[in-house]
Write a protein that binds this ligand. Structure first.
Ligand SMILES: Nc1ncnc2c1ncn2[C@@H]1O[C@H](COP(=O)(O)OP(=O)(O)OP(=O)(O)O)[C@@H](O)[C@H]1O
Ligand SMILES: O=P(O)(O)OC[C@H]1O[C@H](OP(=O)(O)OP(=O)(O)O)[C@H](O)[C@@H]1O
Ligand SMILES: O=C(O)c1cccnc1
Ligand SMILES: [Mg+2]
Length: 555
């Protein structure tokens, strides 16, 4: 992975250095063999236009978020074959390759390429190219795989994250916890970056925080709790009062609070784990203003070992067990939180990582409310409840229906691996060569390419919502506000409609021309905001989880 340095952009903005593996050889061999064959057959001066698009929205949804553009542009900025690349290719390609081809490759640049794209963070739809790349045939062909690898996962990830955001609603925090489960280190970095773009609030991935300026956040693991078994293990027991600086014995304060709180919460302090309390006292001493506790460590341990013969009894055991063990955690947490309050610190909250997250979050919230009421400290009722454990979009929707009391979801595996659809099928297809349109035919009508250099417009209705995307030949006059536009279905001749737009948005901007980035590029936060404004322009029925209405794309 790249180090933490920054590249100075010409406009004075700073961009994170690009991952070192993004270089011209990060491609499929066939691009280079084709390049030679094009070169050998005299196509050096041919020019071509390629469209980068996908045919189907991911996750059974009806929208996609376009992401990865800035990375493509950084790739362009650094594009050149190094001496060692050329040496490697000489060794690897057939010996019959003429040496002049390597001279040609060595001096190849993307100076004559023009890249047009929709804005990064915009919603995108099937068949409307997200990017159009035009220039010398050989070079635009060579770019195919790298551009696809930079756009496909980025867009898939941003879309997945945006869907989690829609499911969770605006007011719940979403943290990405997926590095350990991601598809390798680079997958982990991209997941952190593009889940932030899609609407997450932060990540546990520290390097992503450093390189992309994404907020980092986190709690602690079960190991921290299980590393303590008794109160006698506490080596540091004192904590200074936040304002007076007077030292207090936290062990003494916490055990006294545990005794005091137990009857209020209808619990017995003897049932709460001393190891857990010791762990949290030490954690609170280390982070008195950032105290967060993972409260479910002893859940599993307290499940009944012998399975009784009567199934109803199993249910009783399990339910009772959930209450007992979570209350060990909750009682210990409240004791430490109240001790911190005595010393003028505000704890942050808890994380629950197993069990019934709806039930346990409600139980925790009621507990906090009881304490808040009893001691007249209203903020205690609002302590944060973080939930994690194999959460996906459907879990969030189900928890919503159950009226959960969770403030923040920590989501790893299913977010970063895009469980519901592991790849976006973005493709890069030639649509024009030397000014004449090209088409790729297929028995599958969905796979037939749209020939010719095209441009696209988004037409908006009077209520501000996007109505349709319209793909046109670049030479055709653009649609006009208030004027009837005849729109045709891409494949079904009989399907036509007239649309009168209240607003017309040209979707493409030229981002790369004359060998440099020619548009002011937004920062990650602006791209993140763009995702939300772009999604707001879509009607809700296009965004719902179940059977969303397809958004129309016309010609
Ligand atoms: N109230 C709920 N409604 C819907 N899904 C839930 C709810 N509570 C938890 N879940 C989900 O149910 C699954 C429970 O996972 P699992 O069966 O592994 O239980 P667990 O609590 O992790 O058990 P253990 O800790 O013993 O492994 C997780 O994917 C979790 O996100
Ligand atoms: O559940 P995810 O969405 O992937 O979120 C990340 C998970 O990573 C941690 O678990 P850990 O690595 O300790 O594994 P475990 O909880 O599955 O045992 C954490 O406690 C979450 O459960
Ligand atoms: O900070 C956390 O709580 C965290 C980080 C990564 C994975 N699971 C949890
Ligand atoms: Mg887990």
């Amino acid at each position: 992975m790249a180090d933490g340095e920054w590249l100075g952009a010409e406009d004075g903005r700073k961009r994170a250095r690009q991952n070192g593996v993004i270089q011209p050889l990060l491609t499929d061999l066939y691009q280079i063999t084709m390049a030679y064959a094009y070169w050998k057959s005299g196509k050096i001066h041919d020019t071509a236009v390629f469209d980068l698009y996908f045919r189907k929205n991911p996750f059974q949804g009806e929208f996609t978020i376009f992401a990865g553009l800035e990375e493509c542009l950084k790739f362009f900025e650094n594009f050149h074959y190094s001496d060692s690349d050329i040496e490697y290719l000489k060794k690897t390609l057939p010996q019959t390759i003429e040496p002049e081809f390597f001279v040609f490759l060595r001096q190849l640049t993307v100076e004559d390429v023009i890249l047009s794209a929709i804005d990064e963070g915009s919603v995108a739809f099937p068949r409307i190219p997200m990017m159009r790349v035009e220039g010398p045939l050989i070079i635009v062909q060579l770019l195919e795989t790298t551009l696809l690898t930079l756009v496909n996962y980025a867009s898939l990830m941003a879309t997945n994250a945006a869907r989690y955001r829609i499911a969770a609603g605006k007011h719940i925090s979403l943290l990405e916890f997926g590095l350990r489960r991601a598809q390798g280190p680079d997958g982990g970095m991209s997941a952190s970056k593009y889940s932030y773009v899609g609407g997450f609030d932060g990540t546990s991935n520290v390097l992503a925080g450093k390189l992309y300026s994404i907020p980092v956040n986190g709690t602690h693991a079960h190991a921290y709790v299980t590393s303590f078994s008794d109160l006698s293990e506490l080596k540091t027991k004192v904590l200074a009062h936040r304002t007076s600086g007077v030292l207090h014995d936290m062990l003494d304060l916490c055990t006294r609070w545990r005794e005091k709180l137990a009857p209020l919460l209808s619990l017995s302090s003897s049932e709460a784990s001393d190891g857990e309390l010791a762990a949290w006292i030490s954690f609170a001493i280390a982070f008195p203003s950032g105290f967060m506790a993972l409260v479910d460590t002893y859940d599993v341990r307290r499940y009944p070992r012998a399975v009784p013969a009567w199934p109803g009894l199993i249910a009783c055991f399990l339910l009772d067990d959930i209450c007992l063990c979570s209350r060990s955690g909750l009682l210990n947490f409240c004791a430490v939180a109240m001790a911190l309050n005595d010393l003028d610190y505000r704890p942050i909250g808890i994380r629950i990582d197993s069990g019934d997250l709806a039930y346990l979050s409600k139980l925790a919230r009621t507990t906090f409310e009881k304490v808040a009421h009893q001691y007249n400290i209203p903020w205690f009722a609002k302590l944060k409840i973080v939930a994690s454990n194999d959460i996906n979009e459907d879990t969030i929707l189900s928890l919503n229906e159950q009226g959960h009391k969770i403030d923040c979801f920590g989501i790893g595996t299913h977010l970063v691996t895009c469980q519901r659809q592991p790849a976006l099928g973005g493709v890069y297809k030639m649509v024009e060569i030397n000014g004449s349109p090209r088409i790729k035919l297929s028995e599958d009508v969905m796979k037939v390419t749209m020939p010719g250099k095209k441009t696209a417009y988004r037409l908006y209705g009077a209520d501000g919502h996007a109505l349709i995307d319209l793909l046109m030949r670049s030479v055709e006059p653009p649609p006009q506000v208030g004027q009837k536009v005849l729109c045709r279905h891409p494949f079904q001749e009989s399907k036509r409609a007239y649309v009168i737009p209240s607003r017309v948005e040209a979707l493409y901007k030229v981002y790369w021309q004359n060998g440099k980035i020619c548009c002011q590029l937004p920062g990650l936060t602006e791209i993140r905001e763009k995702v939300q404004t772009s999604l707001e322009s879509l009607r809700n029925d296009h965004k719902r989880n179940l059977n969303p209405t397809p958004y129309k794309v016309f010609l």
